[in-house]
Every structure is written in structure tokens, then in C-alpha cells.
Design a protein around this ligand. Sequence first.
Ligand code: FES
Ligand code: MG
Length: 591
Amino acid sequence: MSKQDGKPNLRSREWFDNAGNPDMTALYLERYLNFGLSQKELQSGKPIIGIAQTGSDLSPCNRHHVELAKRLREGIREAGGIAIEFPVHPIQETGKRPTASLDRNLAYLSLVEVLYGYPLDGVVLTIGCDKTTPALLMAAATVNIPAIALSVGPMLNGWFRGERTGSGTIVWKARELMAAGEIDYEGFVKLVASSAPSTGYCNTMGTATTMNSLAEALGMQLPGSAAIPAPYRDRQEVAYLSGKRIVDMVHEDLKPSDIMTREAFINAIRVNSAIGGSTNAPIHLNAIARHLGVELTVDDWQTYGEDVPLLVNLQPAGEFLGEDYYHAGGVPAVVNQLIGQGLIHEDAITANGRTIGENCRDAKIEDERVIRPYDQPLKEKAGFRVLKGNLFSSAIMKLSVVDEEFRKRYLSNPDDPMAFEGRAIVFDGPEDYHDRIDDPALDIDEHCILFMRGAGPIGYPGAAEVVNMRAPDYLLKRGIHSLACIGDGRQSGTSGSPSILNASPEAAVGGGLALLETGDRVRIDLNKCRADILISDEELEERRRKLDAAGGYKYPAHQTPWQEIQRGIVDQLEEGMVLKPATKYRKLAQG
Ligand code: FES
Ligand code: MG
């Protein structure tokens, strides 16, 4: 960083210490003095560090960041910076209608404006609940000012009658128990609430634990920090250390583009397989990469991630929860196992200024029940398979959650053990599914394939987490829980269903799913990575002509201005669901 008049050449000086523009400097200064900052400190050459605050009463998962920000400020101050805390558009996964993912790009956009348009030299990204992590990393990628992420940490383990209850995951089980008449509504609420015993985000390997782990694997958090449970004292300590560190990052001019390189993304893809990460991860990581201008495709997830085994034994794929993950060694222990196999680009630089190799080379597994050594995995090949065909140009499947029941019913042909055919049952959006799933007229049997369409970024603005559909009551009562599900929407990371999801292009833009009809035969070949409707090309063309003549696939009307705006400019899930016009804006802070 070049220095004039003995002070570092910080972008905040444009506002607060600009000799060439004394009028504006006075105007900028006076209002930031009105709550007690002094002219002297704002003109001292100290970096101004933003705290992008995602916590609030509306965002319970991230609310603890309101407390952590106090320790962050102490760290920033001690290292010679000035903290300025500001709110980020709230996103609560479980609270926002119609879906929290609608707001990911809105939070991104607004944070870009804040980081670009205010006197900030660096920023702490307070990440946590599902969409908050990608939204903040995407904005940091676009503006490219020095940034460090601080996870809020998972909730403590949930317990019910001596068993671990995982947030999110328990809801699926509780619903089935209630549908089968085994518990009443009061029992349902009690069981679900037991899984959320403290402040913090979901304690399962859902999208939050996934994205916070990957933010560390990408190098954007201090090593070892992602897994620390929210209420632990270590969480407060790492807030303080992150505050100290961001000041140094500004002095070193260590930017997101220096950290989040293609090598770092490939590291993250591999870590995602090893932790059994959420199917939302490809969407979000591809989005961050696009805003950085780093090449990353959905196929990279299969190429680099598929063969990596599952090492982390967390619900929904396994048994344990967030506290256990932390005590077992967290992300560094997982990375260390991958380093042992030559699967990590060890030179990737991280937020602490050291490489991921230096950070994790000596990390140990502290509890092998929770994090397995590489040669004793929970499952082989835990990554995603990318399917293509006349139904879509890409959709992903997480093979590690295929269970015995599913395998027996769908993958039992000894001549062709990785392929199955079934009769399609098609639903147009979640409401249609809820209205009709238990209707005996559909005559769903245990070999049918349920389809959810109209649930992509445009069909259901933001893409709904609705692809994993429970079987109809009459099958549940016969003990049949999982039917094959395919759709152009997403699936909650806390759901353990073996769905084929994130199908792109979605029905709403005329993807193959729009041409499917209930009763069609569909063939899925997991070996050949194919998914096709078994009808002739002529018949498909005829259906397309009809669809076009009818004005295309119909989806519900916009409910809010943002839904309309986003629908007009959003890309498909395989492209990260980014706002297309935004991807050409890069490195705004350097511009
Ligand atoms: Fe916020 Fe799961 S709902 S992290
Ligand atoms: Mg979710």
C-alpha cells in the first residue's frame, strides 16, 4: 500500500481526508462525528472496517452476531482500525415467504451498494444462516475490498429423550410420524423445538453448516473457526481475532480475489463431498465464482467432487451434530485428511495470510466417530452426480443419501443396477403437490417418480426447496417413505432425500420438464448420467409446439416488486441463480 504524508492510502480517505475537496470532506465528516467519532481519529490514517451485520430479531439464526460484534469491535480497535457497523438486508431461512432464497440476490445487491458507496476499507462479513453466507461472499467478490468472514456458529446439539435431534432434519421425521398418526400436533412441535436449544444456525449438515464450512475451505474465515458453536467462549474469542485480522488484511491489501481462486473453489468442492454438504452449495459457490470472474461449472462438481468419500458423520446423512463436529476437529481435520490424499491445492492463501496447507497440515481428528479417517469413510463417492438428458441440461443428485429402501426399490435390477424407469407423476409447484399428493386417483405406487416443476428461480421466484416430496399417506402407511423425486427447484440441505434437483433450465423458461405429462415413462441412468422422457423426438416437438402456442409454461403472478425485477434478470440454478447484469461488474473498489 503506497503512503503519502505518512498515512496509508486508504479508500476511506476519499471521504474523510481529501485535501483536494475540503467542502465535501467536511460534509462527509460532520455526520459521522455526531455519534462521537472524532475528526482526529477519522483523519488518523486508521482503516475504517465495516461490520456487515446480518443479525437481528428477524434473523434468529444470525442474531448472536449482535453480541459477537462487540468483540469484533474490540479486535478492530486494538489492531488500529475503526469499526462501523451497519445492517444487511435480513434473511431468515425459516421465516421468509415465499422463500428465503428470493432475498439472497437482494441482500447481495444492497451490500454491493454499501461496500462501494461508503467509506469502508475492509469488511467483516457476519455469516451464518443459509443464504446469508453466499449473499455476503458474492458482494465481497464484486466489490473486492479486503474481507473476512465470521461465522455465527451452529446451535448446541438438540436432544429429545436421550437422542440427538438435528434442526431441520427432525422436521421431516416429525412430519412423517404425525402423518402416520404416531404423534399429535403438540408432540410434533415439542419434537421439532428440541432441535433448536440455543442461539446459532442449524446444527445439522444443512446449507448453513455446509456454507460456513466452505467459507473456511475457500479461505475466507480464520482456520478452525467455522464449526465453533455459537454460545461457546471460543466463538467470542474468534470474533475478537477476526476483528484484529481484518485490519492487517487491509494493510496487506489481501482481497477476496487473492483468496477465492479457482484452486480455492476446487478445494471447497472436495471439502463439500467429504462433509456431505448441501445440494445448495453448487448454486452458491458457482454464484460467488461468477461474481469474481473465476471459471466454475456444475460439471466441476462431479469432476472434482464425486469420488471424494463422506468423512463427516453429521445428520442428515449420519448421526452427530454441530458440537460434535467442532470437538472432532472441524474443517481443518477434514482438510487434513484430503491433504493426505493430495486432494487439496495447499498453496491457496487464506484470510490469516497463510496457505491452507500451512493451516491444516498438522490438524488432527479428535474423535473418529464424528470425522472419519480417509481410509475408513462412511460412504464412498459422496459428491454429486450431474445428470443430463431431454428433461434438462443439468441436474444434480447427492449419491451419499441414497438409502437402502431406495436402492432396493429403484436400483435392484442386477443387469443394470444404476438405472431405473418409472411412471411420472407431475406437480406444478408446491401448492399443487399439497392439494393432490394424497388423491387416490393418482394411483401412485412404489415405483413411480414424483416430479416437481415450476419451482425454479423464475417459476417460484428464488427457487423453492420443495423437490423432496413425501410419499402419499397410503404408501407411508405401507412403510414406503422415499419415492424418487425430480425437480427444477431446490431441496433443503437438512433433508436426507435422494432427489434429483436443481434441474436447469427450469420449466418456466421452457426446459424439458415443461413438456412432461403425468403417466409418461421416464428413465434415469445414474451410470450414464442420463435422465430422459421415453417418448419420441417427434412427440416431444409436438408438445413443444403446443406449449409455445399456449404462451409457454404458466407460473404464479408476481407478489412483490422484487419478484418481478428478479424474474426479469435472474439466471438458472446451474449458473448460480445470479442476477445476469450484475456479473459484468467486477473489482469495484479497484475501479
Ligand atoms: Fe437458519 Fe438453518 S434455518 S441456519
Ligand atoms: Mg434451506
